[in-house]
Design a protein around this ligand. Structure first.
Ligand code: MG
Length: 500
């Protein structure tokens, strides 16, 4: 959901209503991405935002406390990746995950943006990669995994970060394990030797399966005698999450996206300018295709009630998401499970032909080329501050500035390639000369992006603006910026040069 970037646009311009001297903000209600207007007078706003400035060291500490860097070279098409996260909600509703598939050669990266709380985002973050990794197993390994004895360890992915922040109960963990074992059994049953495999269809099925398993787990919790388990499941079911996942295997990049996160590829053109290639489409009301899809799935006489104030039933911003079962379950199930807890108003008005929401992702495939340099995955908190073209420009400038900090070395000629020709060396030297103007303050590219997204101006970083953006009081910070999660994957140019 768009948040008006007050500090960037300078308070007092077009945001002020001249007759009332009031500022208007988009904001977020507690129970989802729900819009409402919040009116604050100019004087009130100035006093709320006029916090003492942070020192440069304090700014650095805030910007860098969640950053991390992983070097993978030499390891196929990925050289390294940088990640960072800046919370706005407390606790943050964003999650991220990076992992290597243990039994296959792919890598997985994901950003997950929760709404109505963090539980659904965390549930997806913990489980989705295992579902994907299982779906990619060769038949012989799938047989071993699906038929393993009770208690035998199961590791399908190796995590590069610990994706768990909140706590779920042991009972809930047991339900999840039962679902996953059932999923492994289904995979084994449906996988035939030498059967054709389509990665795009596969990722669609995996996303939908996990969401369906979650639905089934709520029903299993209802049948159990544990009220606490049912309440825990319903809390998660009332929240939702959008997800953007990249699977990289050699030169093959697949992106599966549900909701309003984005994946953008940074490519260096023939004329050495940075080009942003979007690999995702937004699943919101700004996308007419998506609105047509939604309305086409329901009777024509519902078209005026499904969409209200550019929200699903006037309430939910993304048109695809995990969880959010009050837009998916039949009325009977909502009356049985949700109405006793949340009252009759929990049922959206004119709710006749569910499901109105889906976790089905759109999947894109891109074959990496030598001019593809990096991939940025990020939650909408970043894209509300800067557009994709500017993000790619910032990371591109970081790359050219960064390489000037390291001594120039020719890549060694060897079995993999014959070395560079003079023209290529000349091009690299020219890029290094240009990069001298862009020496980054931050070693981490995701932090560089955060700093520039929040404090960048055409004249460089504005420290005052940046320190204000980072010191907004907790009770109003969500009016200014959303949780921001960034994953930047850098490709190995030598690998791509010799695979194309
Ligand atoms: Mg967000």
């Amino acid at each position: 959901m768009a948040v008006v970037p007050v500090m960037r646009n300078q308070i007092g311009s077009h945001l002020i209503n001249p007759s009332t001297q009031q500022l208007q903000f988009w904001s977020q209600a507690l129970n989802g991405k729900i819009k409402f207007w919040s009116n604050v007078t100019y004087t009130q706003c100035r006093s709320r935002f006029s916090q003492p400035k942070l020192s440069p060291q304090q700014v650095n500490t805030i910007l860098r406390c969640n950053e991390s860097h992983v070097d993978l070279s030499p390891s196929g098409s990925i050289k390294c990746f940088d990640v960072n996260q800046l919370p706005s909600n407390n606790p943050t509703e964003d999650r991220r995950a990076e992992a290597r598939c243990v039994h296959t050669t792919g890598m997985l990266f994901g950003v997950f943006d929760g709404h109505g709380g963090w539980p659904c985002a965390e549930m997806i973050c913990r489980r989705l990669f295992n579902y994907i990794a299982a779906s990619l197993l060769p038949l012989d390994i799938l047989e071993q995994v699906a038929n393993r004895k009770d208690g035998d360890p199961l590791q399908l992915v190796q995590w590069y970060n610990k994706p768990y922040a909140g706590n779920f109960s042991r009972e809930l963990g047991h339900l999840s394990d039962t679902s996953f074992n059932r999923y492994l059994g289904q995979l084994l049953k449906n996988t035939k030797p030498n059967s054709e495999f389509n990665m795009q269809d596969n990722l669609v099925k995996v996303f939908q399966q996990l969401d369906r398993d979650f639905w089934d787990e709520v029903e299993a919790a209802e049948l159990s005698s544990s009220t606490s388990l049912l309440n825990e499941m319903l809390t998660i079911a009332m929240s939702g999450a959008v997800a953007c996942v990249a699977h990289l295997d050699g030169v093959h990049l697949h992106i599966a996206n549900t909701g309003d996160c984005r994946a953008v590829l940074g490519t260096l053109s023939e004329s050495n300018t940075w080009v942003a290639k979007p690999l995702t489409k937004l699943h919101g009301f700004e996308n007419p295709e998506e609105v047509r899809r939604l309305l086409g799935e329901h009777p024509a006489n519902e078209s005026s009630t499904i969409i209200k104030q550019e929200r699903l039933f006037g309430q939910l911003s993304p048109l695809r998401a995990f969880g959010d079962f009050r837009f998916k379950w039949p009325v009977s199930m909502q009356k049985r499970l949700l109405v006793p807890l949340y009252g009759h108003n929990i049922l959206p008005p004119n709710y006749y032909t569910p499901p109105y929401l889906t976790a089905k992702p759109e999947v894109t495939h891109h074959r990496l080329l030598p001019r593809d340099k990096f991939l940025v995955l990020a939650t909408d908190g970043l894209w509300e501050q800067v557009p994709p073209s500017r993000v790619v420009q910032m990371v591109g400038e970081y790359m050219s500035g960064r390489q000037t900090l390291e001594p120039f070395r020719l890549p060694p000629a060897g079995k993999r390639h014959k070395g560079l020709v003079l023209g290529e060396i000349n091009e690299i030297l020219k890029q290094r000369q240009e990069g001298l103007h862009h020496k980054p303050i931050d070693a981490n590219a995701a932090t560089h992006l955060l700093r520039n997204a929040l404090g960048g101006t055409e004249y460089g970083i504005d420290h005052t603006m940046l320190s204000q953006m980072l010191s907004v009081p907790e009770d109003v910070v969500r009016l200014v910026r959303d949780d921001i999660t960034i994953v930047i994957v850098f490709f190995d140019k030598d690998y791509l040069r010799h695979r194309n």
